[in-house]
Design a protein around this ligand. Structure first.
Ligand code: AMP
Ligand code: MN
Ligand code: MN
Length: 332
């Protein structure tokens, strides 16, 4: 086979062809992203879902959170009506496609559906991806899974309208931190240019993603900053804080509204690593970590049962705050 000129990633033309073949032949395609979806996970899923539905396919899309709801921040994404509760997801999907999911565990309650699927196509950019699909389209050099989602839509020869472009763009801008992270390559900017040309509103998207929140967010942010700690002697410096369920309850703030606090904490000059412990509605601590590059936090978080990228990773802890931080500190 002659090499495809569009082939600028490590995914082979043959694997792309196989994905196109499988999806084209299926009557129904089941899509899924990781639990507690972020902009890249849900944006990529909805983009492909919208493109396939416009082409006349039956599409189911979901994610396996125990309490299924779309984070408020992502409710402006087009294609929400594609989403179904994981309880109504096909038990044995004919073809299932996962987005931004590095391990089968990150599918949550949909892990079993993925294991039973006749064909499982894995689209991802996590270097740690375990290759749990029957077909794995993994490009660790891609800035976002949305890069692979766009490529899939183009290879399926489906049009990208303003709604699909919006979903892809949200994946790209959230995973590059609005073109600030090291993943901001010429390829990422070229994709943004293509998407903006498809007709989307960058100003509205930016406002939805970064420039609005309920008033309670300011109060909870205040509480988190009040108790922030700097430990300059740990690794290249560690700055950390936590947000409890009680903090959020006092101000009526849902769990997914506290995601942005890490971006305030991580600006600390004196620390290479930043961490925030967020108590979820079940009482577990969801820990987000960020590194400026001195430490590979994906390795640290993997040791603690989680994962992610070298500069942005996380894990879940069922221990109290001090013990959780002690376990993190010990690895830094
Ligand atoms: P976050 O801190 O939630 O923005 O997540 C940053 C990165 O860490 C993402 O790539 C996530 O997929 C990964 N990550 C966060 N929490 C976990 C977890 N509990 N287990 C595995 N990976 C996680
Ligand atoms: Mn993600
Ligand atoms: Mn991603």
């Amino acid at each position: 086979m002659t090499p495809d000129p569009r082939d600028d990633g490590p995914v082979s033309g043959q694997d792309w062809d196989r994905a196109v073949e499988l999806i084209s032949a299926a009557d129904e395609v089941a899509l899924a992203c990781h639990v507690s979806p972020d902009g890249d996970a849900l944006g990529s899923t909805l983009a492909v879902g919208l493109a396939l539905r416009a082409a006349g396919k039956r599409v189911t899309a979901s994610f396996g959170d125990r309490s299924f709801h779309v984070p408020r921040l992502l409710r402006f994404l087009p294609g929400q009506d594609l989403l179904t509760d994981p309880a109504h997801y096909p038990a044995v999907p004919e073809v299932m496609v996962t987005f931004d999911v590095p391990t089968v565990e990150r599918l949550g309650t949909l892990a079993g559906n993925a294991v039973r699927a006749r064909e499982l196509i894995v689209l991802d950019h996590h270097p740690s991806n375990t290759g749990f699909g029957t077909l794995n389209l993994i490009d660790p050099a891609a800035a976002a899974t949305a890069v692979l989602a766009e490529e899939l839509i183009r290879r399926l020869d489906l049009p990208i309208d303003g709604a699909i472009a919006t979903c892809l763009y949200v994946g790209l801008v959230t995973d590059t931190g609005s073109f600030r992270h090291s993943s901001t390559t010429p390829r990422a900017h070229a994709m943004a240019a293509r998407l903006v040309a498809c007709g989307l509103d960058p100003e509205q998207i930016a406002r939805e993603l970064w420039d609005r929140s309920p008033f309670g967010y300011l109060k909870v942010l205040g509480a988190a900053l009040e108790r922030v700690r700097l430990e300059p002697e740990v690794g290249g410096g560690l700055v950390w804080t936590f947000v409890t369920r009680a903090d959020r309850a006092a101000h009526g703030l849902p769990y997914d509204e506290v995601e942005g606090i890490i971006d305030v904490v991580r600006r600390t000059d004196e620390a290479d690593v930043a961490a925030i412990l967020k108590e979820d509605d079940e009482g577990a601590w969801q820990v987000s970590t960020r590194s400026k590059g001195g430490v590979d936090v994906s390795r640290v978080c993997a040791e603690l049962g989680g994962g992610g990228h070298a500069k942005a990773a996380g894990f879940t802890s069922h221990l109290p705050v001090e013990e959780t931080i002690a376990s993190l500190r010990a690895l830094l």
